[in-house]
Design a protein around this ligand. Structure first.
Ligand code: FAD
Length: 538
């Protein structure tokens, strides 16, 4: 198979145009082309009036070796690499001890799936409920202002990304092509097949719910076992090694291999890990607001006359600004045609995030506009960042009126430093509601100053970005984990607790669905090899 990169065609082209481009690139006769598949499809919209589709293609041709030799030196024609997934181990049939995966978010899903596919029959412990039940609880906050601290946007089957935009791209290094394995498993679980090749794949909330169920069924079919509403309350350690887990209901599970994939919001569990002496470090993260604009404004700016083209979908953006106070301000988790969601997991606190459906056809575009902060901003023990998040989430609850409404302000008023009293043309999507006022005291002054400076600067990249009526909703505090649970680079075990494999976003090894899933695969492999080593040693 040959791989052709940077094959460019106009936005509106036919399949014949694509075939002709392949033949021209390779300089072959039409009859010599046997088959082709699209490996990646993106677009270049720098010239809005002449948007170009850019393909990476895998092609099968007659006399491949001869042509490959002739085309040597052409950097856009290479031998396609093997991107298939190869298991690193197979569990012996008589394996008695079972590995445990704590948390069934993207990281835990892939750790459990790979372990199950290798025959290790994992036990999965998830503090939240099955995804259908969890959906009802999540809607409980959005529609009835009722927060269930164990079953919400952050906790439950599917993890934090279940009610999300389901963006699936990541910039992590992936030399072993684990990302392909993740996408293939998602497609097996009924994700839209195009996620295999579009450059910025996304799934959207409703489809994610169904996929999570199908993946659970597959893990069960392979011998895995699920226990929902099973919060791990304690980790039993002897001589620096894990030997068991205690659950909130008082029950106990003996195990010496544990994947810790608890996400960035399991604050009680972070506290327990710290009290147990498991090595943690504070970690930088970002805080800010969600911003909402009409999606049509973003589409027009990004895609010009091609706005609304079905191949392009709703447009996104990515913005960065370096403020004069030394802080970086950037857009985070942009959700085209989506909604801002209440993402709190603790009573008396307000947190925002964003989600969308597959169609991305809601009226507003939303994104986090966040500012990078470091442990120097929250000095103290390794959990100080977590307390810092809590402090601002409580402040947001208070400013919102103490009923889970979020505090908000119009962009024009925020820039002019005056309180907002009335919505304009942009109505916020956050449920249960947004209370307009003044966001000045909702976050530290250096964050407010940096965002106030950044919004007019972003106007230079997206005309209309600092429009008066755009809405800011606060606060966005859970951009990533405030701690890192350090592990060894080689065997991926905690640096001071053998048998414990910190993984995914909560441990500081991922930021997003795809990178968390990839980390789950890496950790499953390391765990499997460690278990087999233990078997060999007897
Ligand atoms: P999580 O998904 O957080 O999963 C951790 C799981 O562990 C949870 O289910 C939790 O209940 C469980 N758990 C915690 N403690 C315990 C315990 N003590 N015992 C048992 N179980 C426990 N990322 C993207 O890439 N694209 C997006 O579009 C996107 N949108 C998002 C939208 C929203 C609203 C949110 C909240 C997040 C979004 N993210 C998105 C981020 C993404 O969801 C996370 O990066 C990802 O889910 C992290 O995966 P994880 O498996 O490491 O942790």
């Amino acid at each position: 198979m040959l791989r052709l990169t940077d094959v460019q065609l106009p936005l509106d082209h036919s399949e014949e145009d694509l075939l002709a481009a392949i033949i021209a690139r390779l300089g072959i006769k039409a009859d010599d082309l046997i088959a082709h598949t699209v490996f990646r499809r993106g677009y270049d919209a720098r010239k809005k009036n002449a948007i170009v589709m850019v393909y990476t293609l895998d092609v099968e041709i007659r006399d491949q070796d001869k042509h490959a030799k002739r085309l040597q030196g052409n950097r856009h024609v290479t031998i396609a690499p093997d991107t298939s997934y190869h298991f690193v181990a197979q569990a012996p049939a008589d394996l008695t001890m079972r590995p445990v995966v704590i948390g069934f978010g993207p990281c835990g899903i892939f750790a459990a799936l790979i372990l199950a596919q290798m025959g290790f029959r994992p036990i999965i412990l998830e503090r939240g409920k099955e995804v259908r039940e969890r959906t009802k609880d999540t809607f409980g906050l959005w529609r009835k202002r009722e927060l269930n601290p164990e079953s919400n946007v952050q906790f439950g089957e599917g993890g934090a990304g279940t009610f999300s935009d389901g963006k699936l791209w990541s910039q992590v290094k992936d030399p072993k092509h684990y990302g392909r394995k993740v996408l293939m498993e998602f497609v097996k679980a009924d994700a839209p097949p195009e996620i295999m090749y579009v450059s910025k794949p996304h799934i959207g909330t409703f489809r994610l719910v169904k996929m999570v169920e199908l993946m659970r069924e597959e893990i069960v079919r392979l011998g895995g076992e699920f226990r929902f509403e099973s919060k791990v309350d304690d980790i039993e350690i002897e001589d620096g090694k894990v030997c068991g887990l205690k659950l909130a209901d008082g029950s106990h599970i003996a195990t010496d291999h544990v994947v810790l994939a608890i996400g960035h919001s399991a604050r009680d569990t972070f506290k327990m890990l710290h009290a147990r002496g498991i090595y943690l470090e504070p970690k930088p993260f970002s805080i800010g607001f969600r911003i909402e604009h009409p999606q049509s404004l973003i589409d027009a700016c990004r895609l010009g006359p091609n706005a609304g083209h079905p191949v392009l979908g709703a447009a996104d953006y990515k913005l960065v600004y370096h403020a004069s106070n030394g802080r970086s301000v950037y857009s985070f988790c942009m959700c085209p045609g989506g909604t801002v969601v209440a993402a709190a997991s603790e009573p008396g606190r307000v947190v925002t995030n964003g989600m969308s459906q597959y169609s991305r056809n809601e009226r507003n575009a939303n994104a986090g506009i966040v500012v990078g902060i470091t442990p120097a901003d929250y000095p103290g023990d390794p959990l100080a960042g977590m307390e810092f998040q809590r402090q601002w989430e409580e402040r947001a609850f208070e400013l919102g009126g103490g009923n889970y409404d979020a505090p908000g302000q119009l962009v024009g008023d925020f820039i002019a430093d005056r309180p907002s009293t009335e919505f304009g043309s942009v109505l916020p999507s956050y449920k249960p509601g947004v209370k307009l006022g003044d966001l000045n005291t909702s976050l530290p002054s250096y964050v407010i100053a940096a965002i106030r400076e950044a919004l007019p600067a972003f106007e230079k990249q997206i005309k209309g970005f600092s429009m008066n009526d755009a809405v800011l909703t606060g606060v966005e505090t859970r951009t990533s984990s405030p701690i890192s649970i350090k592990r060894n680079d080689d065997d991926l075990q905690s640096i001071n607790t053998r048998g414990l494999f910190p993984a995914g976003e909560g441990a500081g090894y991922a930021g997003g669905i795809m990178s968390a899933a990839i980390d789950g695969i890496r950790v499953a492999e390391a765990l499997a090899l460690s278990m087999l080593e233990g078997v060999k040693r007897g």
